[in-house]
Structures are given as structure tokens and as C-alpha cells.
Design a protein around this ligand. Structure first.
Ligand code: ATP
Ligand code: MG
Length: 439
């Protein structure tokens, strides 16, 4: 009977003009309702005036994807950029599939309505769920809940994560595909484990945060010289937690109102990063600013204030649920106003330092596939004396690894480190800069 109704609907859509079709459909529907022992629930694709896509619709779509793949004759395919699940299949319009849960059978159908006038025509998609009247309570109280729950879980897994950047009060986004992971990040393993544990505890801590009545957010301050992996770590964090990344460029934000709009628009499960915070216009705080005033630097066109930023972050996110991490990176931690980085606002301070031997071993493994080499002890002792960033070490390893000669590559690194050591030695012999003064 349902199949018959769908068939008549499809014929109507195809051969009858809009108004006549609506009229016939209305009366036919009345007759159908009178005769049928079935109940129908519709999940429309859009809420209200097409403003937001309905979460229930996308959850249903995801929930039905495996059933659709097994049963529907016509399917729609979408490529996901996921290694474990590259293809998403959903049933095409006007298809039907059946489902069974705890012995109760239901029927799902996909459809669309087209409304048009002289100026435009609009398609509205929906899923409709049909079941026998006698299962009404079970379906409404149990079945639909599990559909939505499972569908949301599938969506979560298949989601293409995004990298957002701001322009004006809007975010633009591209797919987030940075390959960095904590495995490939070069740093001491204990420190790395501590950070990973901290992040995982945060992501699982929703209940805890709500119990103590605090916003589910955490602040990290990453500081250290250029090329020590601060930006790489932010990407690794996003990959570990499967969060979106919002790269907030403060110099492009006109005023506090614009900042507020941007912060409100940040979704749940997000990392917001403000890079090089020491260079971000007015954020340095009063004391540091006074010293800088004489230099009258050019980056003074932003009207974002330190208090504005901190208050928004503290206040705004307390009112909207969902997990968010904020990361500040800087090369000059000593330049920042202590108010900006005090505990509570920045929960964890992480120093990213020059390449030590443990970090080197991670790079050697990544770039050269090497666990051990008899030149390692020499490199270890040089890295103990010379400050070289992981980025510079990686540069040497990547340049030479193409030739496949690991030994040449390591010797090259040793030569560079020895050169740097000699320079350090010369500076040490001349601690007050006598040589320069004499020149
Ligand atoms: N700790 C690290 N582990 C692995 N790779 C690293 C590390 N540090 C730097 N690199 C390599 O060097 C490049 C530059 O590093 P990155 O941009 O993360 O440094 P940064 O600390 O953010 O520097 P800046 O202060 O200049 O922004 C990266 O693309 C990465 O390949
Ligand atoms: Mg960086």
C-alpha cells in the first residue's frame, strides 16, 4: 500500500503541474490516512527557512547509509577524504528501504517536494519513517532515539575536518589535511605523553566540567624559538582529537564586536589558535606597550584589546556548551602581559625547545627510517652543546634523504653542528664582545 502511494506520488510529480498535483495529493492523502493502519513521521532536510540543515535529517541519512547500500536500487555517492571509509552512500530520491529493530519492522522512504513560482523553484528533501500504529510508543520513545544517536556517531567519524581562517567577521574554510601527528612530532617522549594525556583527559571531561560549572575549554600556551614545532603541534592536537582548527588572525579583526561575532561562530570540538601572539597588535599589555611606544610600530591599526579578548573567551564560551581549546603561540613569552597567560586562562604552558637527542631520534626515524646508527653518539654530544631547531635538523635530513645515502646525510648534520659549535665557542671566549669593540 505504501509502495503504491509512493508510486502515485512519483507519477504526480512527473506528469502534473504543481497546483493540480498539490490538490490531488491532498485528497488522496486523506483517503490513504483513513484506510491505513500506518503512522508516518517526516524528517525534513532544512529547519525553518532553509537556514540550517536539520541535524535529525543528517543523522537519519548517516544511519540509513549501510541499509541503503544493501537495499536501495539507486544510490547517491559522495567521496569522503577518509582512509578507512572513503565513500559515503545514501539512497537517491524516492527510494525505499526497510529496517528492523528489536523485532519491529519499519519502512524508510526518501523523497523531495518541489515548489515553484515564476521566479524560482525550490527542492525540499525529506525522509519519512512509516510503521504500524501498534508500535507508536516504541518507535517514538526508543527507535528514533537510537537512529539519531547512531547516525550522529557515524557523522562524527566521517566528518571532513576543516581549517578556518577569518576575514572580517566571517570564517572561510578549506579541508584540514595537515599530516602532523604526535608520533611524528620530535620532542622528549615523556613531555609528549604528558601533553597527549592532558588533551585526552580534556576531551573526555565533559561531565566533569559541567559538574563543576565551568566552560568546557582549555588554554595552551606554546612558546619557544622559531622552527621548534609550535604550529606543527597545533596541527597534531587537532588530528589527535579530530577537532576543527580555527586560525584566528587578530590583525584582520577590526574591533571587539567583530571579534565577538567570530568567537560566537566557532563550533564545538574546535581548536582556536592565535599564532605569534606577541606580534598581534595590542595584545602585549600595558607595561610592554609603554616600552614599545617610542618605536611607534606599524601594527597599530587593530582595536582589539587584551581585556576584550580575555573577557570574550572567558565569558562567551561559558554560556555555549561544547569542547573548545584555545592555543596561543609565541617566540617571546617574556613579552606577554602576565594577565594574558596566568593559570586559569592558559591552563598549560608548553616550552618548545631546540632539538635534543630524543627529538633527533624521532626525526631520524621519520626522515631516514633509522632507529640507530654508529654516528648517533657524536650527534648526541653535539646536540648537547649546540642549539639547533628541529626545523633546521629536519631540513638537512630531508635534503639528503632523497639520495638514499644515510651516512652522507648524518655526516652533513655533524658538519653543520660542528660549525655552529665553533661559533658558540668563539662567542664564549669573548663574553663582553671585545672583538667587535676592537674592530
Ligand atoms: N618538533 C618538531 N617535530 C617535527 N617536525 C618539526 C618540529 N619542529 C619543526 N619541525 C619541522 O619544521 C617545520 C617548521 O616548524 P613549525 O612551523 O611547526 O615551527 P614553529 O615553532 O611554529 O615556528 P615559528 O615560531 O617560526 O612559527 C615544520 O614543517 C616541521 O616539518
Ligand atoms: Mg609557527
Amino acid at each position: 500500500m505504501i509502495a503504491g502511494f509512493m508510486f502515485i506520488k512519483a507519477i504526480l510529480e512527473r506528469y502534473f503541474p504543481n497546483q493540480l498535483r498539490n490538490y490531488i495529493e491532498k485528497h488522496f492523502q486523506k483517503l490513504f490516512n483513513f484506510l491505513s493502519p500506518y503512522v508516518q513521521i517526516t524528517f525534513n532536510e532544512f529547519n525553518g527557512k532553509r537556514l540550517t540543515r536539520s541535524e535529525a535529517y543528517s543523522a537519519t541519512e548517516a544511519y540509513l547509509s549501510s541499509t541503503s547500500a544493501a537495499q536501495a536500487q539507486r544510490l547517491k555517492a559522495e567521496i569522503l577524504k577518509k582512509r578507512n571509509n572513503p565513500l559515503s552512500l545514501t539512497m537517491d530520491d524516492n527510494e525505499e528501504v526497510s529496517d528492523e529493530y528489536k523485532g519491529v519492522k519499519v519502512l524508510w522512504a526518501s523523497g523531495k517536494t518541489i515548489s515553484s513560482n515564476q521566479n524560482f523553484s525550490e527542492e525540499k528533501r525529506f525522509y519519512s519513517l512509516k510503521f504500524h500504529e501498534k508500535h507508536r510508543n516504541f518507535i517514538i520513545e526508543t527507535y528514533i532515539n537510537q537512529v539519531l544517536k547512531q547516525g550522529n556517531l557515524i557523522n562524527e567519524k566521517n566528518r571532513q575536518r576543516k581549517l578556518f581562517t577569518n576575514s572580517g567577521s566571517y570564517w572561510n574554510h578549506v579541508p584540514f589535511e595537515h599530516p602532523a601527528t604526535f608520533q611524528t612530532l620530535a620532542m622528549e617522549s615523556e613531555k609528549k605523553r604528558d601533553i597527549v594525556d592532558d588533551l585526552l583527559a580534556f576531551s573526555k571531561g565533559g561531565e566533569f566540567y559541567s559538574r563543576i560549572g565551568r566552560a568546557w575549554k582549555r588554554g595552551y600556551l606554546l612558546y619557544g624559538p622559531p622552527g621548534t614545532g609550535k604550529s606543527t603541534m597545533v596541527a597534531a592536537m587537532a588530528n589527535l582529537l579530530e577537532y576543527d582548527l580555527y586560525d584566528l588572525g587578530l590583525t584582520a579583526v577590526k574591533d571587539n564586536t567583530e571579534l565577538k561575532e567570530l568567537l560566537i561562530a566557532i563550533s564545538s570540538k574546535a581548536i582556536v589558535v592565535i599564532e605569534d601572539i606577541d606580534c598581534s597588535a595590542d595584545l602585549m599589555g600595558e607595561r610592554a606597550k609603554k616600552q614599545e611606544n617610542d618605536n611607534a610600530t606599524a601594527s597599530r591599526n587593530s582595536k582589539i584589546t587584551l581585556s576584550g579578548l580575555l573577557n570574550f573567551i572567558d565569558g562567551l564560551w561559558s554560556t555555549c556548551g561544547g569542547e573548545r581549546i584555545i592555543v596561543f603561540t609565541t617566540n617571546f613569552v617574556e613579552k606577554l602581559d602576565p594577565a594574558l597567560i596566568r593559570k586559569g586562562r592558559m591552563d598549560k604552558h608548553i616550552e618548545m625547545s631546540y632539538c635534543g637527542f630524543e627529538a633527533f631520534k624521532v626525526l631520524a626515524k621519520n626522515y631516514l627510517g633509522l632507529e640507530w646508527h654508529n654516528l648517533f653518539p657524536r650527534i648526541e654530544s653535539l646536540l648537547g652543546m649546540v642549539k639547533m631547531s628541529p626545523a633546521d635538523v629536519a631540513e638537512i635530513l630531508i635534503n639528503k634523504s632523497g639520495r638514499g645515502d644515510v651516512e652522507i646525510c648524518l655526516r652533513n648534520l655533524i658538519l653543520t653542528l660542528e660549525g655552529a659549535e665553533r661559533e658558540v665557542g668563539m662567542e664564549d671566549e669573548d663574553p663582553v664582545g671585545m672583538k667587535k669593540t676592537l674592530d
